[in-house]
Design a binder for this molecule. Structure first.
Ligand code: SF4
Ligand code: FES
Length: 373
């Protein structure tokens, strides 16, 4: 048996492909999960490469493809990619800001086989929404687009990223989701990677604000039971156990960047000592089963104590490798968010910033001046 066959017998295939088809985006959200060094359009893979990647994903066992970015609708070939995914039997989800898509274009996506749409909202009204998105008129366009999605008969999820500058408006944001007939909302406190890390002090809420938001979410869940699903992600720095990041490294997700670099998570490029493979040079199956990048933190063998003998090790998979690296400089450490981690004290120091002054945003843009942080 070759090493590849051996890994195939012990590793499950991926469940979902996150296709980051472009980093171009008219919005400039200060918590964007794209890397600080954005990939320019000249580096984007051609249509033929994406079509091949979709075919390899389906052959590998992927069931869902999430078309994301940047703003995925900025690519003129998006309908073609959706159509191909659909013909391959993949469930296509579009993750979009909703500010670029006209009715005709949405109709093309629907006709091509699009199954679900997630639209991001930055706040409950145009004042806050446009300011956080860094684009005048964005909020109004999003409202229009979300309405079009429901009129087209597609299920709609609203992605509501919350933080210290919009948390007070959470009840209004939930009411907005109801009025737009969303079937699901994802209320996610900002996770501190990339642009969000550069803006951490401007975004991290206080403990009191977080507790109030959690009360609002619980009340809404009770009230909207059977009508709307509400997913809720708390901010890492206020937790006592880490999130199961990506549901475990190399367990369910493959992220492919605009240029074709394949990553086990959206932030992995910050980790030193890795060579992340490209779908232009290796098949998705080789990358998934055989690459060092996808195997390094797969499973539990790599874990240090206390994770290695912890009863939660196959629940949270030791938390997040990128967060461990960001806070300790060593990606193999237990995620410091865990109260059992030797480095948990580092999180308390970060949390104290949530009660301080609110600095100005560093907006996401090509060549942004990060020196202002
Ligand atoms: Fe999770 Fe490790 Fe903490 Fe246990 S010690 S809860 S496995 S991060
Ligand atoms: Fe990279 Fe969590 S974001 S492992």
């Amino acid at each position: 048996m070759s090493p590849l066959d051996d890994r195939r017998s012990t590793t499950a295939p991926p469940f979902a492909l996150l296709a980051e088809v472009t980093h171009r985006c008219p919005l400039q959200c200060p918590y964007c999960s794209n890397p600080l060094e954005l990939e320019r359009s000249s580096r984007e893979m051609a249509t033929a490469d994406w079509l091949r990647v979709l075919g390899e994903a389906a052959a590998l066992g992927v069931l869902q493809v999430h078309f994301s970015g940047g703003e995925p609708t900025a690519r003129r070939d998006l309908a073609e990619l959706i159509r191909h995914a659909s013909q391959l039997g993949l469930y296509s989800n579009l993750i979009t800001s909703g500010v670029l898509t006209a009715e005709r274009q949405l109709a093309d996506y629907v006709e091509a086989g699009l199954r679900h749409v997630q639209v991001s909202f930055q706040d409950a009204d145009a004042g806050g929404g446009d300011r956080i998105a860094g684009l005048q008129g964005a909020h109004q366009k999003k409202l229009r687009f979300a309405t079009m999605v429901r009129q087209a008969g597609l299920p709609l999820t609203l992605n509501l990223v919350v933080h210290r500058q919009n948390l007070d408006n959470l009840p209004h944001m939930i009411a907005m989701a109801e009025s737009l007939d969303a079937g699901r909302i994802e209320i996610a406190h900002v996770q501190y990677y990339a642009w969000a890390l550069a803006n951490r002090d401007a975004l991290l809420p206080s403990r009191a604000a977080l507790d109030e938001a959690t009360r609002v979410v619980e009340a809404a869940r009770a009230r909207l039971k059977g009508i709307m699903v509400i997913d809720y992600v708390v901010p890492d720095y206020h937790a006592v156990r880490p999130k199961s990041c990506m549901n475990g490294w190399g367990r369910q997700f493959i992220n492919v960047m605009p240029s074709g670099t394949a990553l086990p998570c959206h932030a992995a490029q910050i980790l030193p000592g890795f060579e992340f493979p490209s779908v232009l040079r290796a098949s998705l199956a080789d990358i998934w089963y055989r690459s060092d990048a996808f195997n390094r933190f797969r499973g539990t063998d790599w874990m240090p104590e206390p994770c290695h003998s912890c009863e939660r090790r196959e629940l949270d998979w030791g938390g997040c490798r990128c967060q461990a690296f960001q806070l300790t400089g060593d990606a193999t450490r237990t995620d410091p968010v865990c109260a059992l981690a030797p480095d948990h004290g580092l999180v308390g120091a970060v949390r104290s910033a949530a009660d301080g002054e609110v600095p100005a945003f560093v907006y996401r843009r090509f060549g942004a001046d990060l020196a202002v942080r």
